[in-house]
Design a binder for this molecule. Structure first.
Ligand code: F6R
Length: 613
């Protein structure tokens, strides 16, 4: 969702910023633009469409300049169009600005400015903010830095803004609240980005900007201040990320690469944490709040989308192993209703990006009410990881495909480690069962590898056969119910086929009315406590001429006689099974999307990092 890039230094800024925008394409966007400081004037180019459309539009026009800001826009206020694309130029023509986020009180600011004679070229809240800042600057006869500070004190909402001023060469002004901003430090040059990917090729030294901070960035200096004009010492961190991690590495799509990385990323998630031979789990991230977790009145899991599905699996596993009450909440609902939260509650936030606006605000509200916040986050240094009291990173590496795959299995791995560690500390698991589950978890990377090796051709064939389905139903029970939800979400996102996930037994309470010979029903039916019951559900679908596609455990002799299509996964413990059964469903969505000729890495309307509510 909206990508932001900036550069000031000794090199030509244009290729760096354009390349940076391409690195941020995965976030999802519908228009792109760039503003360059050229001698003492600002030059803006912007276009609806992709970054390559912008490049094409710019063609042979001048791109000289050592300072530039660039933007990919994901439309919120106003349709995707050339005039709504960023950067915006202020009415005075002296300032250019890009913005990620939403200015909630923009309508009021706009009407104030209109009364003073301002006219707007776009429908965006961003152009309003820019002119609001410029108006303060002109009226108060103050510098841009001062004007930004005054303006931001009146603004409600979320933002990262980058501004350049035609009269201040080689200077970028940047501020944030609620949306991410990273500044990379080079030798006499600085890079700015929504995340570190645009600067990875140039520097590993970065500063994560916090809410209510204002950065004045020049080639040779980074001045950081709070909105009270006090200087803050930038906290420089070293990035532990290689460029190869954000490239396709020979795969057709990032999504496929990331699905195939899972044996490694799952192992990375437990590396140094799980010692299966010794039956030991070390999770230093929870040490600080272990007592709090063990004595928690409730664990409330807060997340969105795929991360919410990981939370559902965690609910089943933690309640089973630790006998602690767990509730799983959609962050977007939790933040707006008036939930009962006490200091005995621990809020567990699950987020790949660590920047999801709803999750972030839900945590801020819960923190204000005294709850302890624990983060299960992938992106190191992200906003959620920084507001949490404690947490464990999932270590899946950068996930570029918009649909979450390896980040999900990494979340499941970490959540299972947490459940096991707590159960052991609480004494709610026997040493034998603990050891058994540690060993099952340890064996998962190889089992995922086996699915990737043996089942891909079969899944491709199934995908080709069912690629024109109008709708699909995904059913599962127990630990595999969240997998059914996740399978359906993946299909919707990647193939634009309508899909529903349901607990298999709920089918009779409504969805069974949909079943006919045209409805493929995917059963997540690995061998577990509920197996006989789910086999009966399959029979019910067959009796109504529905097509049954089943994910089953190797050695299952009954299901293949009922199902039209079978995908095999190796035997594992039912608690651990969600790590395995989701993999064929990821592949099925991927190949259906590919056969339908869709852009699986960047599905329409979706954003990787949902930084607005
Ligand atoms: C689906 C997907 C989304 C995210 C959701 C939360 O494939 O990726 O549903 O899971 O937007 O994002 P994070 O985990 O970054 O908070």
């Amino acid at each position: 969702m909206c990508g932001i890039v900036g550069y000031t230094g000794k090199r030509q800024a244009y290729p760096i910023v354009i390349d940076g925008l391409k690195k941020l394409e995965y976030r999802g966007y519908d228009s792109a633009g760039i503003a360059l400081q050229q001698d003492d004037q600002l030059t803006l180019y912007k276009k609806a469409g992709k970054v390559k459309d912008l490049e094409h539009f710019i063609g042979e026009r001048s791109t000289d300049g050592l300072t530039a800001i660039g933007h990919t826009r994901w439309a919120t206020h106003g349709e995707p169009s050339d005039h709504n694309a960023h950067p915006h130029l202020s009415q005075s023509g002296q300032l250019a600005m890009i913005h990620n986020g939403i200015i909630e009180n923009y309508a009021q600011l706009k009407s104030e400015l209109e009364k003073e004679g301002y006219r707007f070229k776009s429908e965006t809240d961003s152009e309003v903010l820019l002119n609001f800042i410029d108006d303060i600057r002109l009226k108060n006869q103050c510098g841009l830095e001062e004007a930004i500070r005054i303006a931001l004190k009146r603004v409600t909402g979320a933002y990262v803004i980058l501004l350049i001023d035609e009269s201040q060469p080689q200077t970028i002004f940047a501020a944030r609240k609620g949306s991410p901003l990273v500044i990379g430090i080079g030798a006499d040059e600085h890079f700015l980005g929504s995340d570190a990917s645009p600067m990875l090729a140039y520097t590993k030294e970065v500063v994560y900007i916090n809410d209510y901070e204002l950065a004045i960035v020049r080639p040779d200096e980074l001045v950081l201040k709070n909105l009270g004009n006090e200087r803050i010492t930038p906290y420089v961190q070293k990035l532990d990320l290689e460029l190869a991690a954000i490239e396709k590495g020979g795969y057709d799509h990032f999504m496929l690469k990331e699905i195939f990385e899972q044996p490694l990323t799952i192992a990375d998630s437990f590396r140094g944490r799980l010692d299966a031979a010794e039956a030991r789990i070390v999770l230093s991230g929870i040490d600080a709040i272990e007592e709090k977790l063990l004595n928690a009145r409730r664990i409330i899991i807060v997340a969105c989308g795929t991360s919410w599905h990981a939370g559902l699996v965690a609910e089943y596993v933690i309640e089973e192993l630790c006998r602690i009450n767990v509730e799983v909440e959609y962050a977007s609902e939790f933040r707006y209703r008036n939930p009962v939260i006490s200091s005995d509650d621990v809020i567990v936030a699950i987020s790949q990006s660590g920047e999801t606006a709803d999750t972030l605000v839900a945590l801020e509200r819960a923190k204000e009410q005294g709850a302890t916040i624990f983060g299960v986050v992938n992106v190191v240094g992200s906003s959620i990881s920084r507001i949490a009291h404690a947490g464990c990173y999932t270590h899946a590496g950068p996930e570029i495909g918009v649909a979450s795959t390896k980040a999900y299995t990494a979340q499941l791995t970490v959540l299972m480690l947490i459940a096991l560690k707590l159960a052991k500390a609480k004494g709610t698991i026997t040493p034998e069962r603990f050891k058994e589950l540690c060993q099952e978890l340890d064996a998962i990377p190889n089992k995922v590898q086996q699915v990737l090796k043996d089942q891909v051709e079969r899944i491709k064939a199934i995908a080709e056969k069912y690629k024109d389905a109008r709708s699909m139903l995904y059913l599962g029970r127990g630990y595999n119910f969240p997998t059914a939800l996740e399978g359906a979400l993946k299909l919707k996102e990647i193939s634009y086929i309508h899909a529903e996930g349901y607990p298999a037994a709920e089918m009779k309470h409504g969805p069974i009315a949909l079943v006919d010979e045209d409805l493929p029903v995917v059963f997540v039916a690995s061998r577990d406590t509920y197996h006989e019951k789910i086999v009966s559900n399959m029979q019910e679908i067959k009796a109504r001429k529905g097509k049954v596609l089943a994910v089953v455990t190797e050695g299952d002799e009954i299901t293949p006689n009922i199902a039209d299509e079978v995908i095999w996964v190796p035997q594992t413990d039912e608690l651990i099974a969600p790590l395995l059964t989701v993999v064929p469903l990821q592949l099925l969505s991927y190949y259906i999307g590919v056969y339908r000729g869709l852009d699986v890495d960047r599905p329409r309307n979706l954003a990787k990092s949902v930084t607005v509510e």
